[in-house]
Design a protein around this ligand. Structure first.
Ligand code: 6GU
Length: 248
């Protein structure tokens, strides 16, 4: 996979040299960070200007972005623009980008990039969540970490991907390690029982209960896939069905 990042703060991407991402970079991922100002030609290396229509802040000018994206674009490239006004970034979106051949992340600052750039290149605006950051740099670090860890061979233990939070639409059950008793708190007995069937059931129950209490929105999405035993557990714990369309 080829990844290009364009930003006026290329130093933000130093963490990409670290850890598993750094390792993936040397094998599966060919990543380059570019300073947008290399595509400016005035003495002040200007990248922004005042917004048409008035209002606060500054908008990134289209010309440097046009030159940058013309230089980096390829027939297979998908251009992603981090923006609080974008489509929500999810585990599903991360997984959908893993087979991509070429990703270009265009990091805006200030009030954003002139919309004609997004339109001209058919770029996708993507948001991390319902809050506002200074710019797209940190958002790109987050997205890349989510995508790169899903590339086959990057994680040592690929089966951990199947059980983690969001892989099956539920939050993951809690985890424990030794010692069995710590500050008078004990590891749940069942996890030490060696009964793998019971352990799997317990983990699913914990995942269902945690999701029901913290993320009812997620539970609603998987509700039609729940079996009778799942539904009985949730009813017992006082979580009502989100609608009338309860699966048998
Ligand atoms: Cl992707 N960018 C910016 N600038 N702010 C955000 C965001 C992205 N996601 C949430 N807030």
């Amino acid at each position: 996979m080829r990844i290009d990042i364009v930003s006026i703060f290329p130093e933000y991407f130093a963490p990409l040299d670290l850890s598993l991402i750094g390792k993936a970079r040397s094998s599966q991922v060919d990543l380059a960070v570019h300073d947008l100002r290399q595509w400016t030609f005035d003495v002040h290396r200007t990248v922004d200007d005042t917004p048409y229509g008035g209002g606060p802040g500054m908008v990134m000018k289209p010309e440097p972005w046009g030159l940058a994206l013309d230089a980096l674009n390829s027939p297979s490239a998908q251009i992603i623009v981090p923006s609080p006004a974008g489509k929500p970034f999810t585990q599903e979106m991360a997984a959908s980008l893993v087979p991509a051949d070429h990703l270009i992340f265009a990091c805006g600052r200030y009030e954003g990039i002139d919309q004609r750039v997004i339109e001209h290149y058919g770029a996708t605006e993507v948001s991390l969540g319902d809050y506002v950051l200074f710019g797209g740099e940190v958002a790109v670090l987050v997205m890349l970490e989510a995508i790169i860890r899903l590339i086959p061979g990057v994680l040592g233990n690929a089966s951990s991907l199947d059980e983690e939070s969001h892989a099956n639409g539920l939050l993951e059950s809690p985890v424990y390690t030794k010692p069995p008793s710590w500050r008078e708190l004990d590891v749940p007995e069942i996890l030490r029982s060696g009964d793998h069937g019971k352990i799997a059931r317990w983990r699913r129950d914990q995942a269902l209960l945690r999701t029901a209490s913290l993320r009812p929105d997620l539970l609603e999405k998987v509700w039609p896939t729940l079996d009778k035993r799942d539904l009985a557990l949730l009813a017992e714990a006082g979580f009502a069905s989100p609608g009338a369309d309860v699966a048998e």
